[in-house]
Design a protein around this ligand. Structure first.
Ligand SMILES: *Cc1c(COP(=O)(O)O)cnc(C)c1O
Length: 358
């Protein structure tokens, strides 16, 4: 049977259909409906954040973050991420300036940021890649010193804690994705998180076409609303999130056990991090070895993904800036299948095939 990189979590059908019944009763389908408001409230409590606004996906969420911070110039970011990190910057007419990653955490390395700052630099966009937090304290120091805004693409970081507190509390704005492939999802969806009341107000109207009332507007906006059907999926999944994370953890620990004693490298999760087990990336010795491993798995109908390849500084709509570490890691990192009910037997088989090619 086919094993993909991930398998979207589906809640019990009865749970979802009970919410559908409520939608039929209220006849309220979208536009900040009761289920969406309930999900926002529950997410704020679950994640421990002050303001959280659900939007239609994690890409528009990044774009709104850039918009409400009035960014128009250079944004320092990482080439080691999903394309939406960089495309959202360019789509908003800003310029991504690439800075290399930390060889251990694979997140934006603060030691490389200052050299990339120019008079046009306005912000830093870090990515908590694979759910591993950026060095948020160092980034905050640099941002304060140079008067820069900070956005975190936290698409992978649902439920991740740093020193016991949600990593979403750092930066001016954090952005989540609730896409079907993510750990917690609403089929399609995303959210913006901020501590600032002023930004919260802007985000709230920006996602609703700027509306204050049917005939009045606070300012410029876009349609980034999400529907009651999406909110119903989130409400149906949220009660299972802790179990989802626990099961992912045991799959990861099983992989770890099979790979112990080999020279397969893994990103380093710092001690003070409560991780969410969003991905299981392995760093191979070379791209040639990666291609051999991948071929071996694909022959067996197992489909890992090259998260993240190619490095985003090679996109044809950005200016290339050399990032040796990101280019190297990107060429030889492979994410292995990981989802809560991935059977132990399959983990053993996948690990066995990988080990044979090392
Ligand atoms: C998934 C993802 C996004 C985009 O989210 P969508 O909801 O798919 O638009 C952005 N950044 C990163 C790092 C992602 O993994």
């Amino acid at each position: 049977m086919t094993i993909n990189i991930t398998k979207s979590f589906l809640p019990p059908f009865e749970t979802y259909s009970a919410y559908l019944k409520k939608i039929w009763e209220s006849n309220w389908l979208t536009n900040n409906g009761p289920l969406l408001q309930e999900l926002e409230q529950r997410l704020k409590e679950y994640l421990g954040v002050k303001h959280l606004f659900i939007v239609s996906n994690g890409t528009i969420s990044l774009q709104i973050a850039i918009k409400v911070l009035n960014l128009t110039g250079e944004i320092i970011t990482t080439p080691f991420s999903y394309v939406a990190t960089v495309s959202s910057i360019v789509w908003e007419n800003c310029v991504p300036v690439f800075v290399d990653i930390d060889p251990e955490t694979l997140c934006l390395d603060p030691r490389n940021i200052e050299a990339a700052i120019t008079p046009k630099t306005q912000a830093i966009m870090g990515v908590h890649v694979y759910g591993n937090p950026c060095d948020v304290l160092e980034i905050e120091k640099i941002a304060t010193k140079h008067n820069l805004k900070v956005i975190y693409d936290a698409a992978h970081a649902f439920g991740v804690k740093l020193n016991g507190k949600s990593v979403l509390n750092y930066g001016d704005v954090s952005s989540l994705s609730f896409h079907a492939t993510k750990l917690f999802h609403t089929v399609e969806g995303g959210a913006l998180i901020t501590d600032s009341n002023e930004l919260a107000h802007k985000i709230n109207y920006a996602r609703h076409n700027g509306h204050k009332s049917p005939e009045e507007f606070y300012g410029l906006g876009i349609n980034a609303k999400n529907s009651e059907f999406h909110a119903a999926m989130g409400l149906s999944i949220l009660p299972s999130v802790q179990r989802i994370i626990r099961k992912r953890k045991s799959v990861c620990e099983l992989y770890d056990a099979y790979f112990a004693g080999t020279n397969l490298r893994r990103p380093v999760i710092p001690e003070n991090v409560e991780y969410n087990y969003a991905y299981y990336p392995v760093i191979l010795e070379s791209e040639a070895q990666l291609l051999r491993v991948r071929e071996r798995l694909v022959e067996n109908d197992i489909h890992p993904r090259r998260y993240f390849y190619p490095p985003l500084n090679t996109l044809n709509y950005v200016t290339f800036r050399e990032t040796k570490m990101a280019t190297d890691i990107s060429s030889r990192v492979l994410s292995l299948p990981l989802y809560p009910d991935l059977p132990e037997e399959d983990v053993r088989r996948i690990a066995g095939l990988v080990l044979e090619e090392l």
